[in-house]
Design a protein around this ligand. Structure first.
Ligand code: ATP
Ligand code: MG
Length: 567
């Protein structure tokens, strides 16, 4: 729906096979015109960019068709779940720009109903209490080539099963000693149908229900039934659940309850990135990163802190679409969308990461001029600002070479360049320290070139950025590279795990950067383009006393080049 004009037709979302199914269901009135989706995270970690794909799909489709989307925590596993994760998930979904309104649910709220349904399955002769250990259950299950063997407890009477299940609930048996299993088909070609476990005993405190329960439903039981309770029309999930669909269908059919339609799509995989909460947790717990929101992490908290925008992530998700086959998306495509969005919205400023002093010998000592600088060439409404110019400046060390390599057009003794928004300057000499390193360079300027243009029309081959030394503010700047060195970090050499693929140079801290004074008021979350260097965002560690910036992404867009070449 268009919120500013409810009667306007909704903007059409990107076409894909899930959308086609919904369109068809609307045509045949399968759900009386309803479109009701849900996003069902398990609160056992922070959300990552893969979840963003699912969020955009679920909320996006419902919004397009005037439907609803629930946020449901699939919190059936008490051992791995925490309220910290619940809070971060809600925060991240909102940040991405989506709203579940009053439809926040927890699978754990359905525990009483799920228990009743389990009892119902027993009464119908469709579930039994089994005393095999987990290992034995696995052995009896067989494999893809061999059928399973029935459990010796499979033919317990309904009466005995009811009694034992109740005693399981009452906490009379230790963890792992018994399970409730569905009685389906031990010879089914689908292993999920070989009498799957429905309930297990676990004397563990749950983040919401505390010690109320000592039996917990398995995900495969809880998930489909939760969708049914919430009257979800299109239960959209990733492809690995395709083989579980017959089981979900079996449960709702046996129970005779509302039947949602499950549709599977491809998981997002990104090059140089791991998208598994279990592995991300390992990085956090073992101190390989500074936390779930480390800007190198593919978590929404991480990339948000790094400076990615919700719009860029939504555009990326739109661009990649959904399909029925798993593949891998280039990290460069995500970065391309980040750049495109930041290019539109980021104010330009001048910052010098590795400062080299530049002294203009013929510029009057003590003089300061306020030079006019454009805030955003992509957005005229962003206006201009004044940047102080004086006799001693900082430039990048990289912008001076005593002996220039071929094709090097920046400063070198005898050459004239443009200082952006300043003057033309010509290098006259370089001062070295005893170690032979250049520590200061001297120039002369041409007062007739104020603003950066020569009245006689002479040209220079390069324009460099600068910051006035007396006015500069100090900052720490954190530069990031890919967290992993391999395109597919899940692939490992024999005897190693994915930790071996970590990039030892994924973080470089530049302590002594110099920024133009307009950045004194920059606050956490603000985003800028540092001219010629890239996009940078103020880190949450930042304070007025100590400014800290993250490099969000560099300026060079390899993806745009590839696209152009393809055309
Ligand atoms: P992980 O393996 O990272 O733990 P998960 O699938 O176990 O992921 P859930 O919390 O169960 O994580 O996921 C919530 C929803 O997000 C599910 O519907 C799931 O299919 C979807 N999802 C998770 N990872 C991806 C991904 N990489 N691409 C697309 N959707 C995903
Ligand atoms: Mg999961």
């Amino acid at each position: 729906m268009n919120p500013s004009n409810p009667s306007a037709p909704p903007a059409a979302g990107p076409s894909n096979f899930v959308r086609d199914i919904i369109l068809e269901d609307l045509k045949t009135n399968k759900y009386q015109g309803r479109v009701h989706t849900r996003f069902p995270p398990e609160p056992n970690g922070y959300l990552h960019i893969g979840h963003a794909k699912s969020i955009c799909l679920n909320f996006g489709l419902a919004a397009e068709f005037g439907g609803k989307t629930n946020l449901r925590f699939d919190d059936t596993n008490p051992e791995k779940e925490e309220t910290e994760y619940v809070d971060s998930i809600m925060d991240n979904v909102r940040w991405l720009g989506f709203d579940w309104e009053d439809r926040l649910f927890y699978a754990s709220d359905y525990f009483p109903q799920l228990y009743e349904w389990a009892v119902d399955l027993i009464r119908k002769g469709k579930a039994y209490v089994c005393d095999l250990t987990a290992d034995q259950v696995r052995q009896y299950r067989g494999n893809l080539t061999e059928p399973g063997k029935p459990s010796p407890y499979r033919d317990r009477t309904i009466h005995e099963n009811l009694e034992l299940f109740e005693r399981m609930k009452n906490g009379e048996f230790p963890d792992g000693s018994r399970t409730l299993r569905a009685k389906i088909d031990m010879a089914s070609p689908n292993l999920n149908m070989r009498d799957p476990v429905v309930y297990r005993i676990l004397h563990a405190d749950h983040h919401r229900t505390g010690g109320t329960w000592c039996i917990y439903p398995m995900y495969d039981f809880a998930h489909g039934e939760s969708d049914s309770i919430e009257k979800i029309t299109h239960s959209i999930c990733t492809l690995e659940f395709e083989d579980h669909r017959p089981l979900y269908d079996w449960y709702v059919e046996q129970l005779g309850i509302y039947h949602p339609q499950q549709i599977e799509f491809d998981r997002l995989n990104l090059t140089y990135t791991l998208l598994s909460k279990r592995k991300l947790l390992q990085l956090v717990q073992n101190g390989h990163v500074r936390g779930w929101d480390d800007p190198r992490m593919p978590t929404l908290s991480g990339i948000r802190r790094r400076g990615y925008t919700p719009e860029a992530i939504r555009n990326f998700c739109k661009a990649i679409g959904v399909s029925k086959t798993n593949g891998s998306i280039e990290l460069g495509l995500l970065e391309h969308h980040v750049r495109e969005d930041l290019n539109r919205r980021s104010p330009r400023v001048m910052a010098v990461l590795r400062p080299l002093r530049l002294v203009i010998d013929n510029y009057p000592e003590g003089q300061v001029e306020e030079m006019e600088a454009v805030n955003n060439p992509e957005d005229a409404s962003a206006g201009t600002r004044r940047v102080p110019f004086s006799r001693v400046l900082y430039i990048e060390q990289d912008d001076f070479r005593e002996v220039p390599p071929k094709q090097y057009f920046r400063l070198t003794p005898g050459r004239e360049v443009r200082l952006r928004y300043g003057y033309f300057v010509t290098c006259t000499s370089a001062v070295k320290n005893p170690a032979g390193e250049v520590v200061e360079i001297h120039c002369t300027y041409d007062p007739a070139t104020r603003g950066g243009n020569a009245p006689d029309g002479r040209k220079v081959k390069s324009t460099i950025h600068w910051v006035s030394a007396a006015h500069a503010i100090d900052a720490e700047v954190r530069l990031y590279d890919n967290l992993f060195t391999r395109e597919d970090p899940g692939q490992t050499e024999e005897g190693q795990d994915f930790i071996a693929n970590l990039n030892p140079n994924s973080l470089e801290v530049v302590a002594g950067a110099k920024l133009e004074p307009s950045l004194a008021s920059a606050a956490a979350g603000d985003r800028y383009q540092f001219e010629r260097l890239g996009y940078f965002a103020v880190d949450s560690d930042s304070s007025a006393a100590r400014l800290v910036f993250n490099r969000t992404v560099g300026l060079k867009d390899a993806w745009a080049k590839i696209e152009k070449r393809g055309k």
